[in-house]
Design a protein around this ligand. Structure first.
Ligand code: ADP
Ligand code: MG
Length: 198
């Protein structure tokens, strides 16, 4: 992944969030507060502006710029979480101008570790961690980004029967079961956008 690929990834993610904002918000309706799509859309639009204004020169800088922008512009839980994911991943890439597949896998692992440290969720708690973890594991096993995106999709689907143990959805207890976690679905969009430029 070089700087242009990283920029294309985040622009593709922003476009996907725009396209699916209403669907993401619908997922947040029964188990949350109906704002997930709107939250991410506000953040990814600000990311596009920041990338244009700052013209980061390495893939790592693209990701850290995007991550910091999400943290500072999204009010909901998803801003700090997605922001930490991208910021940690960017830091892990360092100054390299072209990250190979193992470096990308290590970067997303660093991002996932940051999300877990910040939010305290483990696999099975019905959060975005349930989609991100299998995707990172697929990349670490040497599988393609498209296969990692498929793994994320399966992880997002796996949240449907679960009772959430973290985030706003956990307030519902057993009544929250039977719904796909919106943040997990956004991780699918992030991985599909990466696959599209890989
Ligand atoms: P809010 O919950 O503040 O309204 P959003 O609706 O934008 O924020 O985002 C909700 C998503 O954030 C959830 O679907 C879940 O994937 C994710 N999330 C919330 N809390 C946590 C946490 N502690 N760890 C991991 N992910 C979390
Ligand atoms: Mg919400």
């Amino acid at each position: 992944m070089n700087t242009d690929t990283a920029l294309a990834w985040l622009r593709g993610f922003a476009a996907a969030v725009d396209e699916h904002a209403a669907a993401l918000t619908d997922l947040d309706r029964p188990i949350g507060d109906s704002d997930h799509g709107v939250n991410l859309q506000r953040g990814t639009r600000a990311v596009l502006d920041a990338l244009d204004a700052q013209a980061p020169a390495t893939p790592g800088a693209v990701l850290t710029t995007a991550g910091s922008t999400l943290v500072s512009t999204v009010g909901g839980a998803s801003g700090p979480l997605f922001g930490t994911l991208l910021r940690r991943a960017g830091k892990s890439l360092g100054e390299t101008g072209d990250a190979d597949a193992p470096a990308l896998a290590a970067a997303l692992r660093a991002g996932l570790d940051g999300v877990v440290k910040l939010g305290g969720a483990q696999v099975g708690d019905a959060t975005l961690v349930d989609a991100l973890t299998p995707a990172v594991e697929a990349l670490e096993a040497g599988r393609s980004v498209a296969e990692a995106a498929d793994a994320a999709e399966q992880g997002a689907a796996s949240t449907e029967p679960l009772v959430a143990r973290k985030g706003r959805a956990s307030y519902l207890g057993e009544r929250g079961a039977g719904h796909r976690d919106p943040g997990a679905q956004s991780v699918v969009l992030l991985l599909r956008a990466l696959a599209a430029v890989s």
